[in-house]
Design a protein around this ligand. Structure first.
Ligand SMILES: Cc1cc2nc3c(=O)[nH]c(=O)nc-3n(C[C@H](O)[C@H](O)[C@H](O)COP(=O)(O)OP(=O)(O)OC[C@H]3O[C@@H](n4cnc5c(N)ncnc54)[C@H](O)[C@@H]3O)c2cc1C
Length: 419
């Protein structure tokens, strides 16, 4: 595929290193470790592209999907982790190939507003927020960050704006997050596109199947993200060259290579890599519902990010406002509340009190602690480090060079294209 064609297919994901060995494409048997979205997509895309390649997918838990999971109770529906995808043709292609187009819809255009809570005041976030930094200060910071290894706090020298951005994506504060990892286009990490950015964007836009997303819009499944896992699982079960093994914890790439008698280059490791010194962010996720009239004062929108660490809640997502389907019984609104453990001692009353202050004094119609989620950390210098590292096998998934589902889905296509 020509360079331009690859950039049109994959967009800025091309800036992220693909940590795979050249010899992978010569494999006639591939063993994939980890049955999250990354492992499932790699299995699906390679199996589709190369029916002669035997694929074994090994997952430690009894279910596939990894962190993707959707909770429901009656008409309340809430995702535990990712709830929507930002625009990327690779995700749209996956939805089309899995015949999920009827359940996949753009977010509500009215729900675009995002706020950041500073002191007692909610400020609307927009591209103009960056001007609060001052154009010259911002430009100087961007030029400096292009040397590589900077944190998001250095790239965007306005603590609250930078924190709001990183909290919304990795639930960490900006001084702890690698700018090359989160915003490779801005820091110019990785190879540059072969054509002008504006022309590339235009050409990418023309490739979306199903529907062309509006600028800044996201899209989601009516039944929650788990719909994607269910459809992928059913495809994998129907493919003759794929075997799925659940309930097996793999000790190392070496152990699985020797168990299945394949060279290390034929192992795809998509399970999170937890190395010494790499912190994880733990957070609890709450689903909170109110009667419409009890939250009539809460403006319709995407959600609010809260950098102030004295408040246990780091983000409130307006689930009912955002999605095409309301995810709540008639006359009600659902909110998803993110509670990082470095701000919270485990007392649910504290969450109730904060919700009273931030959303409504009225008793919620629903208050559920949906459990704990864990997000890898990507400290400053992370991207430089992993791209220079010599690895024993192939490493993919959000434990590596990208955090979002679009990255994981697109990366699987890039790997399959090597075969
Ligand atoms: C709270 C939260 C909110 C998120 N919000 C968004 C969002 O809004 N937008 C977005 O794009 N992305 C979001 N994400 C990120 C998105 O969910 C991930 O990018 C994606 O789901 C990662 O998939 P994965 O397969 O790489 O990893 P995982 O889902 O972590 O899967 C890894 C799999 O490996 C298995 N495994 C681990 N160790 C072993 C072993 N030793 N042997 C065998 N198997 C093993 C695990 O059980 C797991 O099934 C969010 C994530 C979280 C937690």
């Amino acid at each position: 595929m020509s360079d331009v064609a690859s950039w049109i297919r994959h967009g800025v994901e091309m800036r992220r290193p693909l940590l795979v060995k050249e010899a992978l494409s010569l494999s006639d048997k591939v063993v994939i470790v980890g049955g999250g979205l990354s492992g499932m997509c790699c299995a699906y895309r390679i199996a589709q592209k190369s029916p002669h390649v035997e694929i074994v997918l090994v997952e430690k838990s009894e279910r596939l999907g990894g962190v993707i999971s959707t909770w429901s109770e009656g008409e309340w529906i809430c995702d535990l982790a990712v709830n929507a995808t930002r625009a990327h043709p690779a995700f749209w292609r996956l939805v089309e190939d899995l015949n999920l187009s009827k359940q996949f819809n753009p977010s509500q255009p009215r729900a675009k507003s995002r706020w950041v809570l500073l002191g007692e005041k909610r400020h609307r976030l927009s591209a103009l927020s960056l001007f609060k930094i001052g154009p010259i200060r911002l430009l100087k910071a961007i030029i400096k960050a292009r040397n590589g290894g900077a944190s998001v706090a250095e790239l965007l020298p306005h603590k609250q704006i930078a924190d709001a951005l990183t909290l919304g994506i990795v639930n960490n504060t900006s001084e702890n997050v690698d700018a090359d990892f989160l915003m490779p286009s801005m820091t110019q990490f990785g190879p540059p596109p072969p054509i002008k950015g504006s022309s590339l964007k235009k050409q990418i836009k023309a490739t979306y199947p199903l529907f062309t997303p509006e600028k800044g819009a996201v899209a989601s499944f009516d039944g929650g993200m788990e719909s994607l896992v269910v459809a992928l699982q059913s495809q994998l079960e129907s493919l003759e060259n794929v075997t799925v093994i659940t309930g097996q914890t793999v000790e190392s790439p070496q152990s699985i290579a020797s168990e299945f008698e394949v060279p290390l280059e034929s192992v795809l490791w998509t399970a999170p890599v937890v190395e010494k010194g790499r912190n994880l962010t733990h957070l609890s996720v709450f689903a909170v519902g109110f009667r419409d009239i009890d939250v009539a004062d809460v403006r319709y929108g995407y959600g609010t990010l809260i950098p102030d660490a004295s408040i246990p809640i780091s983000g409130i997502l307006h689930e009912s406002d955002l999605h095409h389907s309301k995810r709540a019984p008639e006359g009600h609104r659902l909110f998803r509340i993110m509670v990082p453990h470095n701000r919270w001692d485990g007392d649910e009353n504290l969450i109730r009190k904060s919700i009273e202050r931030l959303l409504s004094h009225k008793e919620p119609a629903l208050f559920r602690n949906l459990g704990i989620q864990t997000i890898p950390s990507y400290p400053p210098g992370y991207m430089q480090e992993i791209s220079q590292k010599a690895t024993d096998c192939n490493y993919l998934g959000w434990g590596m060079s990208g955090v979002s589902v679009t990255h994981v889905v697109d990366e699987a296509e890039r790997v399959a294209e090597l075969f």
